[in-house]
Write a protein that binds this ligand. Structure first.
Ligand SMILES: Cc1cc2nc3c(=O)[nH]c(=O)nc-3n(C[C@H](O)[C@H](O)[C@H](O)COP(=O)(O)OP(=O)(O)OC[C@H]3O[C@@H](n4cnc5c(N)ncnc54)[C@H](O)[C@@H]3O)c2cc1C
Length: 296
């Protein structure tokens, strides 16, 4: 079966991985290339818990394990460590329920299964692990442009809004700052709804802002620094400890109600996979597998 996957972000690549496993011949289309959308943010956090309640997200154990499978594949292809699996420390959290995955440690609660993923490198390595998948750098506006394919998956992230589908989505811009930090950081710390993560070469990533009304999806470091001020204050005793270097932004497609992604059949041939919100890493592989099962 010939399948066109439009969008080479977490969703499109997650689906492609399982479609190939089922013997499909996949062609990827992306107007910008692999990781050209929100999945090109430098670092992403992956853990199974919801907001402040501490309840596990739905299907979290299985989703974490399928995500780990894909990270293993990407790491073995690239020969590099792409995920820090030493857990995530939450410093201002009182979960209402306790799970074996949580440990009270000095300074907070450790989510032992939590991972910090070099997202941009991960998507590139995952794509590199696919043999015989052609990537066509082209914008696709409707399924009519892909008549030669048996099935078409639209995994366009925030670009889904331009395809004319009637889906309950909203679009939120997020930004992260990369900079130097003069203290060593062992693992990601979550605090005050922000995170500080160790990056390569001793730098750190501080994120992220949530802008529901934005005029451009491009990085805007003035807004990012302004919005992240309270998070900086929560992490740094002294502002001089963080020396800003770069700003990255992206727009994520979020479902209006709840947090589970949308995986739907839109026509005889076309399917949509979007709305991963802030849980792209947790759900791209799990729902990518589900989608592949629906397609075949
Ligand atoms: C600042 C920020 C921080 C984040 N932090 C985290 C985090 O810590 N953990 C986490 O799990 N998630 C995080 N996310 C969310 C995560 O990035 C998204 O859930 C995920 O990347 C969405 O993947 P996607 O494949 O659906 O969309 P995208 O990555 O946006 O991919 C869509 C692709 O489709 C292409 N495209 C769009 N329209 C068309 C078209 N018409 N024709 C051809 N190509 C098209 C685009 O070029 C793009 O490459 C964050 C997002 C942001 C912005």
């Amino acid at each position: 079966m010939r399948v066109a996957v439009v969008g080479a972000g977490l969703a499109g690549l997650g689906a492609t991985y399982f479609l190939i496993k089922k013997g499909c011949s996949v062609t990827l289309f992306d107007e910008l290339g692999v990781g050209g959308g929100a999945s090109g943010i430098p670092i992403g956090l992956c853990h199974p818990y919801l907001g402040r309640s501490g309840k596990p997200s739905k299907f979290a154990d299985e989703a974490m394990s399928v995500t780990r499978e894909l990270i293993d594949v990407a790491e073995s292809t690239s020969g590099k460590r792409l995920a820090d699996r030493s857990g995530i420390l939450r410093t201002d959290w009182n979960p209402t329920l306790w799970y074996p995955d949580l440990e009270n440690v000095e300074g907070g609660i450790l989510i032992k299964s939590g991972m910090t993923v070099l997202m941009r490198e991960y998507v590139n390595a995952l794509y590199a692990s696919f043999s015989d998948v052609e990537l066509v750098k082209r914008r696709i506006s409707s399924e009519d442009e892909l008549k030669e394919f048996d099935r078409i998956i639209f995994a366009c992230g925030s670009g889904t809004g331009d395809l004319g589908f009637d889906l309950p989505l909203s679009f939120v811009k997020g930004q992260v700052l990369i900079g130097k930090f003069n203290k060593s950081l062992e693992r990601t710390i979550m605090k005050a709804r922000g995170h500080l993560s160790p990056f390569k070469d001793g730098r750190v990533q501080l994120g992220s802002t949530y802008e529901h009304h934005f005029s451009s999806s491009k990085p805007d470091q003035v807004v990012a620094i302004r919005d992240l001020q309270s998070k900086m204050d929560a992490f740094f005793l002294n502002q001089d400890e963080f020396v800003f270097e770069e700003c990255f932004s992206g727009v994520r497609a979020c479902v209006k109600e709840g947090y589970l992604p949308i995986v739907e059949r839109m026509s005889e041939k076309a399917f949509v996979f979007t709305g991963l919100g802030s849980r792209g890493l947790l759900y791209h592989a799990y729902y990518g597998r589900h989608l592949a099962d629906m397609v075949i």
